[in-house]
Write a protein of this length. Sequence first.
Length: 80
Amino acid sequence: MGFEWLASKPYKRHYICINCRKGFKRPSEKDIVSAKSKEDYQPNCPQCRQKMTQVPYTFEVPKQKDKKAWKKLEERYKIE
């Protein structure tokens, strides 16, 4: 059972904004043609305009009200 007929779809990268306590999906660097340097590509949060942190695809974003979980994420991903 082959699925060769299905077009391969590029996955979007997963990001979180620790300031806003939200998760977002953004296009990968390969999909961005207008970026000056693809290695330096790091999207900004649409709400607060701060740099977002990239997380794995399997990452589950905690609820906004879960302060303990977001505090752990802040410590784990050290905001600079």
